[in-house]
Design a protein around this ligand. Sequence first.
Ligand code: NHR
Ligand code: GAR
Length: 219
Amino acid sequence: MTAEARPRLVILISGRGSNMLAFIDVCRSGELNAEIALVLSNNPDAAGLALAAEAGIETAAVNHRDYHSREAFDAALTQRVQAAEPDLVILAGFMRILTPVFISPFAGRLLNIHPSLLPKYPGLHTHQRALDAGDTEAGATVHFVTPELDGGPPILQVRVPIEPGDDADTLAARVIRQEHWIYPEAARWFIEGRVKLTQAGAELDGQILDQSGQVLAPR
Ligand code: NHR
Ligand code: GAR
């Protein structure tokens, strides 16, 4: 039997990198048939970069502060990511808004996880906004990235209850536990060819998904 090359992931982070660590775990255990070709951050001091390096993964920083415009930053980012020949690009707590200069070359193979029940609360401070609105549930959504911020077609969403006494931190902790399995799950669907981006939206097993994507129960 010939050894097939494993699909190559590039993971973009800005901070702590706990979602990145979840990918490192599932790639190591074989639960996800993929290899992490590169972990890249816009922030050279991101804690996640050091964690990836400790795990023996290639890392790079492209500091947005070194570029005079978003497009110039995105062009540099594109070059570095292209060099790693990714099959799939994963935004995992990546905090810079991207322009078409980056998105176009990776269209259809660029995913993000957003800590809200999209289409609710695109952008920042999602947990506080859900609490302030008096919502009874919150969650996270994996979606294809398009130029519209957090507006690309959802693939997979998980919903958790908001409990009395929650603050943004307790709610974030409940949500991120779910992020750590739904993101690798959505990546598995992509790698297996089950999910793709079409003109009509995200498609799973031949069916167009709705504005929440596939909704799974928390675990
Ligand atoms: N870019 C595009 N075009 N489309 C998306 O869907 C994107 C994206 C870039 C990042 C992640 C997103 C999230 O899941 C993401 C999705 C950063 C901001 C932001 O306002 C908003 C949403 C997301 C990421 N960033 C500020 C900026 O000026 C900087 C904030 C900071 O550094 O703390 O880029 O939430
Ligand atoms: C995660 O909750 C992710 O959904 C969110 O930031 C956290 C990153 O944590 N992403 C965004 O808000 C993107 N703007 P991590 O670095 O530990 O994976």
